[in-house]
Design a protein around this ligand. Structure first.
Ligand code: SF4
Length: 453
């Protein structure tokens, strides 16, 4: 059981000095209990108490970190079984593998895919974000591949497997950038534990049954080694699904420590059909993989998995928002129409899709409305004439176009007059009420702008 805020408060020095960033020790204790602050932020707590509280307030699925600095990736850290209970914390890393026996052409092709397969969605870059370098008896080549990946894809977390020499070579070349050492089983645990301890990198342990996995995990825990990633080694998709649910339930409901770790999965173990593999991966995104290794990277399924991942791992208590700013669509110039809408992601996707489909070069202005839709934002005072005018003046659109015609959503027709008063240099045009009307509307406005010049 975790500690309550009052229990944590009892262990604090109660100076109310604010050095932790909170106004009082009480406020700090409540945040620590809720998992929203680190106990180490109070410089006056004894290190043994810090460890005790950190352990008691740690999430039931331990957070394991790969990479370093700005490219640090967290796995696990989960606290619930279902997303609607709170939220899922750390999205699974998705990628594929290269091996020391692969020919150079195939390795080049795969690394090239990592560079090419990138999509921008609501200001977030979606891309494959992990690679497994599989040693098959050639430490020098493992070293070569690690150096290549670190140089060409410096953001990409690495999973290393192979003999002790191969792994040692690879880990030493990663330096500060923590890889995951994978492929450890009951025969090799004793051999690899010291490696994990000395390099301070997480270990991926696998077994042929959950009982064996619990035994191995427990053994590592007894040794004081806590950065583990589990591979249940399930024999079928059904077994894998059941194993992942058992692992998550045992960790969260029973606080069963040997299963309180992120899980690595390989959907290609269960099929040679890439479409089926993608379907299995899509289940694993929701329940409960922390790493998903695919047999290959194919845009048509990878994109869907990454979008699914983005949606599952958003906070259901916060609306999905798009960053405020000017979005050029279809290569606009100084004579292109200017339209404005709110930053609710769904509105953005619909409007952007219609504008793109119209093929009319357009400046799409997105105003921050805290994720509220057009009418709700207007009712909440976040999308009124005054705030739109303020945004138009400061966003920089006046330097990008020669004309002064601003189109507002049809639902905001009532603020036209007020907005014209706020923006006397601009002609305010009321757009369609539905986004489906945008293509015809934009063609008309575009023609009018050109005629007027
Ligand atoms: Fe209290 Fe420590 Fe925060 Fe100071 S730094 S207010 S003593 S919790």
């Amino acid at each position: 059981m975790g500690l309550t805020g009052i229990q944590i408060l009892g262990k604090l020095p109660k100076k109310n000095c604010k050095e932790c960033g909170f106004p009082t020790c009480m406020a700090f204790a409540m945040k620590v209990a809720a998992g929203q602050a680190e106990i180490a932020a109070c410089p006056y707590v004894d290190p043994t108490v810090v460890e005790e509280i950190a352990e008691a307030t740690a999430p039931p699925i331990r957070t394991v970190k790969l990479g370093s600095g700005e490219f640090t990736y967290s796995l696990g850290g989960e606290t619930c079984l279902f997303r609607h209970e709170k939220r899922f914390e750390n999205p699974p890393l998705i990628g594929t593998f290269i091996t020391t026996k692969m020919v150079d052409e195939e390795i080049n092709r795969r690394l090239e895919l990592y560079k090419q397969l990138k999509w921008d969605r609501v200001g977030i870059t979606l891309q494959p974000d992990v690679i497994w370098i599989k040693g098959e008896g050639d430490p020098q080549r493992v070293g070569f591949l690690v150096e290549r990946v670190r140089k060409e894809l410096p953001y990409l977390p690495i999973i290393l497997s192979g003999s002790k020499e191969e792994v040692e070579k690879g880990v030493s070349l990663c330096g500060e950038f923590k890889p995951l050492i994978y492929g450890i089983n009951k025969e090799t645990l004793e051999e690899f534990l010291p490696l994990g301890e000395s390099f301070k990198v997480p270990l991926g342990i696998g077994a042929s049954s959950l009982d064996e996995l619990a035994e191995l995990s427990d053994k590592a825990l007894q040794r004081g080694f806590k950065d583990l990633v589990l591979d249940p080694g399930s024999q079928s998709v059904r077994e894998l699904f059941e194993d992942l649910v058992i692992i998550r339930r045992s960790a969260i409901k029973k606080r069963y420590k040997p299963f309180g770790f992120p899980v690595i999965t390989f959907p290609f173990r269960y099929t040679e059909d890439y479409l089926l593999e993608s379907a299995i991966a899509s289940i694993l995104v929701a329940k409960y993989a922390s790493i998903i290794i695919l047999s290959d990277l194919k845009a048509e399924s990878l994109f869907n998995l990454l979008v699914e991942r983005m949606n599952i791992f958003t906070d259901p208590q916060k609306p999905l928002v798009v960053e405020e700013g000017i979005y050029p669509v279809n290569g606009p110039d100084e004579m292109s129409p200017v339209i404005i809408t709110c930053n609710f992601a769904l509105t953005y996707f619909i409007v952007n899709g219609e504008v793109e489909g119209s093929r009319v070069p357009t400046w799409l202005l997105i105003k921050n409305t805290d994720g509220l839709s057009v009418l709700t934002a207007w009712a909440a005072g976040k999308f009124g004439a005054d705030s739109i005018a303020e945004f138009i003046k400061k966003c920089g659109i006046e330097g990008k176009v020669k004309h002064r015609k601003l189109s507002i959503p049809g639902l905001l027709a009532s603020i036209k007059g007020e907005l014209e008063e706020e923006l006397p240099d601009w002609e305010i045009i009321v757009g369609p009420r539905e986004a489906t009307g945008l293509p015809a509307f934009l063609r008309k406005v575009s023609a009018e702008i050109k005629e007027a010049v």
